[in-house]
Design a protein around this ligand. Structure first.
Ligand code: SF4
Length: 372
């Protein structure tokens, strides 16, 4: 018999106070045992994670989305450790995007000429089991001080070719609103940046964090701030997360979403169609569908490249352009992102390119003469 679904882990009301959500997050095996019916694999995974690997944190809100009885629940797979995290396979890397090698100042990573990544905290509200930065998140440093970040700001000031900064972590929005304001104002003061992107999972895992005061800071402290969210499954589009998204958009912030393709979580065209339609309906543009990075201990959550290509083939024509993200492979070693996907060209010769459409029709496109 199924137990009634637990909606308030540890009897905590789903409080609007995001600090309370963080303070009452599940962080240990006892908390997991009290909330979900754990399997042996999850128990072992939790013990291992606490000893050596990526720590555990699940906000009461996010835990309320988990099916307590189903170990294959797509929300649960994202946040509850499993024994497979101990498995290493060929190609696994601790730092798949080569961020350490591309660090140009403490917690400033530059992999492209015009952009840089500023890691302002190692803390997250939920530690995702597939995290690309599992090597550094949750290690106890918390939000970086302005003094610690000063060399990064000085580097940016000396390199005006960097036009955009992605503020990430950890999750930058787990820091205080005052700290976020200070960082954005410091970046604005450089006078060299066109845009700032805030990369955050808070709308998914801690939506009460998205309050009016925070939105005002995001909108005003730097003139052109974009918010990059990280929804992976349509079940994450709840009333609360929808309100958080509406608040961001209503404050004038452009919001885009990056989804990581994960085995057993969202590796079907139907699931992703529901997610992308749901995001667009909430005025959020699905931007990237990311092939999961080869992070050490995540092979059980990764799919072969062909899965993403086949999903994109099925979604083409079925979803409008604004709902269809690019499938992206972030190449190992930090050499940059490569768009990947089905090939719609079936022939090309003598200025004639032959396409196959999403319906399977084959059609020629004829180039104009070189000199009309
Ligand atoms: S919120 Fe982002 S940085 Fe934090 S654990 Fe999840 S994927 Fe990693």
């Amino acid at each position: 018999m199924l137990r009634p679904r637990m909606t308030t882990p540890r009897s905590l009301p789903l409080a609007p106070d995001w600090g309370l959500q963080l303070r009452n997050a599940i962080t240990d095996l006892a908390g997991l045992e009290a909330t979900f019916r754990l399997t042996d694999s999850e128990r072992e995974g939790a013990r291992r994670a606490l000893e050596a690997g990526l720590p555990i944190s699940i906000t009461p809100y996010y835990a309320s989305l988990v099916d307590p009885d189903d170990e294959r629940c797509p929300i649960r797979l994202q946040c509850v450790p499993r024994a497979e995290e101990a498995v290493e396979v060929e190609g696994d890397l601790a730092d798949p995007l080569g961020e350490v090698a591309h660090e140009v100042a403490p917690d400033l990573v530059q992999r492209y000429p015009d952009r840089a990544l500023l890691l302002v905290s190692d803390r997250c509200s939920v530690y995702c089991r597939f995290c690309t930065r599992s090597r550094m998140v949750g290690q106890g440093g918390g939000a970086r001080s302005m003094d610690h970040l000063e060399p990064a700001f000085e580097y940016l000031a000396a390199h005006p070719e960097v036009r955009e900064v992605i503020v990430s972590g950890g999750d930058p929005l787990v820091a205080s609103t005052a700290r976020i304001r200070a960082i954005l104002e410091r970046l604005a003061g450089l006078g060299t940046l066109d845009t700032v992107r805030i990369a955050t999972r808070v709308p998914v895992t801690l939506p009460s964090r998205i309050d009016d005061a925070l939105c005002r800071v995001l909108r005003e402290a730097f003139g052109a701030t974009w918010v990059m969210t990280h929804f992976n499954h349509p079940r994450e589009l709840t009333e609360r997360s929808s309100r958080a998204l509406a608040r961001l958009v209503d404050h004038g912030l452009p919001v885009m979403n990056q989804t990581v393709l994960l085995r057993g979580v969202n590796d079907s065209a139907e699931t992703l169609e529901a997610l992308f339609r749901g995001l667009v309906a909430r005025r959020v543009r699905p931007y990237y569908l990311l092939q999961a990075d080869p992070v050490r201990g995540t092979s059980h959550l990764r799919t072969p490249l062909s899965t993403g290509v086949e999903i994109m083939r099925r979604l083409q024509g079925r979803l409008s352009g604004i709902a269809l993200p690019k499938l992206i492979v972030d190449t190992p070693g930090g050499l940059g992102k490569v768009p990947h996907g089905p090939d719609w060209v079936v022939g090309a010769a003598g200025g004639v390119t032959t396409f196959q459409t999403f319906r399977g029709d084959v059609v020629d496109y004829v180039d104009p003469p070189e000199k009309p």
